[in-house]
Write a protein that binds this ligand. Structure first.
Ligand code: NAD
Length: 420
């Protein structure tokens, strides 16, 4: 396998585009088509006034619709202080390639608000969500653009979002996924991304003639994705030996008891202070010796500067874009395998697709059907990635981008958007 020809890139969006360039030849997509495929279709930036305790805050929200050649725009909404246009652009683009890779009938989009949701009261969070969604509602819809949760948002926020859209358009559950079950959410959506992380990792292990029993796992971030990935790793007999979150880090070489840890986080808001573990310096989480290192928080955490300190055999990209191109080059040189975000965290959008299907049909699936279909779609897509990578002697990431790019290019040609 060969690593991407990484050079210094200036933004996360440039970094995603460099990966597209690197896969275009393998995908058989002509160079002239690339600018159109890389550029977002529409970018909206809205003002969000937030009144609290007699104070007025001026927040900024974004929704970026990247590509809809294969179906309605689809992608999460992030509430985080670091949200900016370039980051949302890169995440919107990644969604285009992710939905194409798992071959579900969606395009790609992403949205976000630059705010720390943990510093807001529940009523402020509600006001912010209702204002944001009312200001982007004109470009949303079940056949136009369908948001979902991401960092800093959850099922509760999606319920408020659905209601905000519904005030103008009537009750429309299929306009947003990741909703509470009472509002048409799907069973199996809450843990879908974390579960998908483990499905892909186990398939990789089997491909290498191993299983997950006894494997040591370290996870950065213990929110929706990190905590459920931990639970599913534990269920497969792996030992999750260290985790962190924004407030602290913990370690137990015998394996953390994930069910009790999740209870502890529910009660205290953090993994810090969990009794059945030792405290760890949070800055050291990525450098623990383990079989599988799972970044499940922010993007860009493994870079050219720190890649040399990683002591894992495999990096499983649960977060979006956790490894920069320079970081990728460093990991590749050290012989560390990367299971790319496009496939590793695609379980969430796959079950979001099931939720949308159920909402449109007004017919709920049971947990078994969700589990069987998730295995079929995600497992099938990863088999294609493994075969493509072996056949073409390329990295798993290049295989992911090449397969996805070819599908989006072909759909664009079929629509007549691209006539080359
Ligand atoms: P979340 O808000 O539920 O959890 C984020 C976790 O990361 C929290 O534990 C938080 O404390 C921690 N965190 C934040 N900043 C940190 C830092 N600087 N150092 C260490 N920990 C930090 O978010 P989530 O939904 O679990 O998303 C995590 C990642 O997974 C994001 O990159 C997101 O884009 C990606 N992702 C999420 C989904 C989904 O379905 N939720 C799907 C695909 C990809």
């Amino acid at each position: 396998m060969t690593a991407d020809n990484a050079t210094k890139h200036t933004s996360p969006f440039d970094e995603v585009n460099a990966r597209i360039d690197s896969a275009a030849g393998l995908a058989g997509v002509p160079e002239e088509a690339l600018p159109l495929l890389k550029t977002p279709y529409r970018e909206i930036r809205v003002q969000i006034p937030l009144f609290s305790n007699g104070r007025l805050q001026q927040l900024t929200g974004y929704r970026i619709q990247h590509n809809a050649a294969r179906g309605p725009y689809k992608g999460g909404i992030r509430y985080h202080p670091h949200v900016d246009l370039e980051e949302v652009r890169s995440l919107a683009s990644l969604m285009t390639w992710k939905t194409a890779l798992v071959n579900i009938p969606f395009g790609g989009a992403k949205g976000g608000v630059a705010v720390d949701p943990y510093k807001l009261s529940e009523s402020e969070l509600y006001d912010l969500t209702v204002t944001f969604f009312s200001r982007i509602a004109m470009i949303l819809g079940p056949s136009r653009d369908i948001p979902a949760p991401d960092m800093g948002t959850n099922a509760k926020v999606m319920g408020w979002a659905m209601a905000s859209y519904g005030r103008m358009n009537g009750h429309t559950p299929a306009v947003v996924t990741g909703k509470p079950l009472e509002l048409g959410g799907s069973v199996g959506r809450e843990d879908a991304t974390g579960k998908g992380v483990v499905i892909v990792t186990e398939q990789w292990a089997r491909h290498e003639g191993r299983d997950l029993k006894g494997a040591h796992v370290v996870i950065q971030g213990f929110g929706n994705v990190g905590s459920f990935a931990a639970l599913h790793f534990e269920a497969k007999g792996a030992k999750v030996i260290a985790v962190n979150d924004i407030r602290g880090a913990i370690k137990n070489d015998r394996g953390l008891a994930i069910g009790s840890l999740m209870e502890h986080v529910k009660e205290t808001g953090s993994v810090a202070g969990f009794k059945e573990a030792d405290e760890l310096d949070s800055a050291e989480i990525l450098y623990q010796k383990c079989d599988y290192l799972v970044p499940a928080a922010l993007g860009g955490v493994i870079t050219g500067e720190n890649a040399g300190r990683i002591q894992a055999a495999v990096v499983v990209e649960a977060a979006n874009h956790p490894v920069t191109p320079e970081g990728e080059e460093g990991l590749h040189k050290a012989g560390i395998i990367m299971l790319p975000d496009l496939i590793a965290n695609a379980g969430g959008v796959t079950v979001s697709y099931f939720e949308w299907v159920q909402n449109i049909q007004q017919f709920a699936w049971d947990a078994e059907k969700v589990a069987v279909e998730l295995d079929r779609i995600l497992g099938g897509a990863f088999t294609q990635v493994l075969e493509f990578s072996e056949k073409n002697g390329c990295t798993l990431r290049q295989a992911c981008f090449a397969l996805a790019l070819k599908r989006v290019y072909e759909a664009s040609r079929a629509r007549g958007y691209i006539r080359i």
